[in-house]
Design a protein around this ligand. Structure first.
Ligand code: FE2
Length: 198
C-alpha cells in the first residue's frame, strides 16, 4: 500500500483515491476460486438491474468479511471513522456496460476492488471528478478504489472483448460514523452476512 498520508491528502482534496495492491494476490485468487464455485453452483444471480451481462451477489460471506476487514483502511484513507453497510459482488462478462450513475445513501463511501480478470488488461472504470474532468482508472488485481459514490458520477463503457473473458469486482460500501447516514450501518440488517430484506 502507498503512503497512507499521501492517499489521505489526495482523498480529502479529490474525494477519491486508488489504493494499489491493497489486497494480496493470494486472497484475490482465493476470491476468484470462491466466486467461480458459486457461479457453477448457480448461487450468483443473473437479474442485476444495473448491468445485464453479469452475475451478482449481495452480502456474500467472503465479500462481507472483506467489508469488515477493510473498514480500517477506508477510515485511514478518508481520515474519518466509517461503518460498514453492505457488500456486492459482480462478475462481468463481454458486452457488459455500467451506465453513469451515483450510488444510494448506504454507499456514502463506495469502493471497488478488482479480484481478477483474464483479459490482457483490466476493464477501466471512469468517474467525473470534482473539477468536472473525466478520470479513467485501471484497477489491477488487488487494487482498491475508494470514492464518494453518492457524489461522484461513475460508469464503465461497453466491454468489447473476447467471448471467454471475465472480470470480478467486489464493492464494499460504508457510511461515515459521524455523518447523516450513520443509521444505515449494515444497510439496515441486524448484522453482516444476513441477506437483504425484500
Ligand atoms: Fe456505483
Amino acid at each position: 500500500m502507498q503512503q497512507a498520508s499521501e492517499l489521505k491528502s489526495f482523498f480529502q482534496a479529490e474525494q477519491y483515491a486508488a489504493v494499489r495492491k491493497a489486497v494480496p494476490k493470494l486472497l484475490c485468487d482465493f476470491g476468484i476460486n470462491y466466486f467461480n464455485l458459486l457461479l457453477k453452483a448457480g448461487f450468483m444471480r443473473n437479474n442485476d438491474a444495473q448491468v445485464e451481462k453479469s452475475r451478482v451477489g449481495y452480502g456474500i460471506p467472503f465479500a462481507e468479511t472483506l467489508l469488515a476487514q477493510m473498514t480500517g483502511v477506508v477510515g485511514e484513507v478518508t481520515g474519518r471513522q466509517v461503518l460498514p453497510t453492505y457488500s456486492y459482488t459482480r462478475v462481468y462478462f463481454p458486452g457488459a456496460e455500467m451506465k453513469e450513475h451515483t450510488d444510494r445513501e448506504s454507499c456514502e463511501v463506495s469502493t471497488t476492488l478488482t479480484l481478477g480478470y483474464n483479459d490482457q488488461k483490466p476493464w477501466p472504470i471512469y468517474l467525473t471528478d470534482l473539477h468536472g474532468k473525466e478520470q479513467e482508472l485501471l484497477l489491477e488485481q488487488g487494487d482498491f478504489l475508494i470514492f464518494t459514490g453518492s457524489k461522484l458520477p461513475h460508469w464503465r463503457n461497453v466491454w468489447l472483448t473476447e467471448p471467454d473473458h471475465w472480470q470480478i469486482q467486489v464493492f464494499l460500501h460504508y457510511v461515515y460514523a459521524d455523518g447523516p447516514y450513520k443509521d444505515n450501518i449494515y444497510d439496515g440488517r441486524p448484522a453482516l452476512c444476513i441477506p437483504r430484506k425484500s
